[in-house]
Write a protein that binds this ligand. Structure first.
Ligand SMILES: Cc1ncc(COP(=O)(O)O)c(C=O)c1O
Length: 394
């Protein structure tokens, strides 16, 4: 009897899912850098626009390079359908805005990226959509925040930059009992470490700018979920136009082929840095989900394959000490990105989270001495040596 053919694995599918070839027998899949597609006849143009025929029309609606990127991500996240966007923030905005109407209510984890909280506190209220923010570590708080018109739950796990976690399964159960949809920003974990849809999330969003690109070159985002919901998201995106560039999609698709290898190395390096800095005399606290000292360590082990590529530290001596540390780094870059092959140090209080109030920052665990370390792929010993030198005496 022939052996049953086993399902191809995560890496095989990331590598072998591809757009149609051009006819030149090229091995690497080409980039389809075109804004529109040609109609064979006026009637075909009419039928394509009317939806009476299938086919490509215009790259704001669909493009083979963009579709390849979405198809790979759907496979990796275990999602039915998806829409790619020009940035991660376009994905956050389109996912929420396409699901809510005036009068609707959103419940959101307090620990979300600054721009996501600005969308919910300063943009959507103009259209009559209100948000209640809840602490990330208390699933019951989501239940207490419910209102009759609660339509969407939104969370990010692990969070930027506090590395707080959300119990996806527990929060998804509460959302579904209330008839709400649960959106999870999976940017920090990537589908290699955690697949929120398999834990009950309805929609998964991404900033592909981070680990998916992995080399700090292009911006991108994605929204993934069941076909029925994504149909509404696609209508919203088609009309409002946050389309991903085919060139960026091509770069991102290529990068997905090595996602698991790169993320594994990011995690190994980050965990080594976190363990080295726990108990370091110049560091008050090192936060990393796979450290036993992380308050949600057990959840991290249950929900994630590994702890991720970020380590957040509180430098002893507050802001002057944090600034001194960042200025004394010789290899690690001073920048605001993350998920890059190059390690990056960021001072959230004065850069990425400068627009928040001090109270909001404290709620997110952003202290004057907090530094976010996006650990890259350089040799571990060199990363640690640079950090040790920067934290050391003159
Ligand atoms: C968790 C998270 N979500 C969304 C974004 C926004 O992504 P983009 O810069 O691609 O718009 C970021 C950016 O840092 C992020 O960290």
């Amino acid at each position: 009897m022939a052996a049953a053919r086993q399902e191809p694995g995560f890496d095989t599918r990331a590598i072998r899912t591809q757009a149609a070839r051009s006819g030149h027998r090229e091995h690497s899949v080409p980039v389809y850098l075109t804004s529109s597609f040609v109609f064979d006849s006026a009637e075909q143009g009419r039928d394509l626009f009317a939806g009476a025929a299938d086919g490509l029309v215009y790259s704001r609606y669909g493009n083979p390079s963009v579709d390849e990127f979405v198809e790979k991500l759907c496979i990796m996240e275990g999602a039915e359908d998806g829409v790619a966007t020009a940035t991660g923030m376009a994905a956050m905005f389109a996912s929420i805005a396409s699901l809510v109407s005036a009068g609707d209510h959103v419940v959101c984890s307090r620990a979300v990226f600054g721009s996501t909280s600005q969308i919910l506190t300063r943009i959507l209220p103009k259209w009559g959509v209100e948000t209640t923010f809840v602490p990330p570590d208390d699933p019951d708080a989501w239940r207490r925040a419910l209102r009759p018109k609660t339509r969407v739950f939104f969370a990010e796990t692990p969070s930027n930059p506090g590395l707080d976690l959300i119990d996806i399964e527990a929060v998804a159960t509460i959302a579904h009992e209330a008839g709400a949809l649960f959106i999870v920003d999976n940017c920090f974990a990537t589908p290699w470490l955690q697949q929120p849809a398999r834990l009950g999330a309805d929609i998964v969003t991404h900033s592909a700018t981070k680990f998916m690109d992995g080399q700090g070159r292009v911006l991108g985002g994605a929204i993934l979920g069941p076909r029925e919901i994504i149909t509404d998201v696609r209508f919203f995106a088609r009309q409002t136009g946050p389309a991903l560039s085919p060139f960026n999609a091509w770069i991102l698709s290529k990068s997905l082929e090595t996602l698991s290898l790169r993320v594994d190395r990011h995690c190994e390096n980050a965990e080594a840095v976190a363990r080295h800095l726990s108990g370091h005399p110049a560091v008050e606290r090192a936060r990393y989900p796979f450290l036993e000292s992380h308050p949600q360590h057990e959840l991290a082990r249950r929900q994630m394959r590994h702890g991720g590529g970020l380590v957040t530290i509180d430098v002893a001596g507050g802001e002057p000490a944090a600034m001194r540390f960042i200025n004394r780094l010789q290899m690690i870059s001073r920048s605001s990105n993350l998920g890059d092959s190059r390690s990056i140090a960021t001072h959230p209080r004065t850069t990425t989270h400068a627009k928040l109030s001090e109270d909001q920052r404290l709620e997110l665990g952003i202290l004057p001495g907090t530094v976010r370390l996006a650990i890259g792929l350089e040799n571990r010993e060199d990363i640690i040596a640079d950090i040790d030198h920067a934290l050391g005496e003159d």
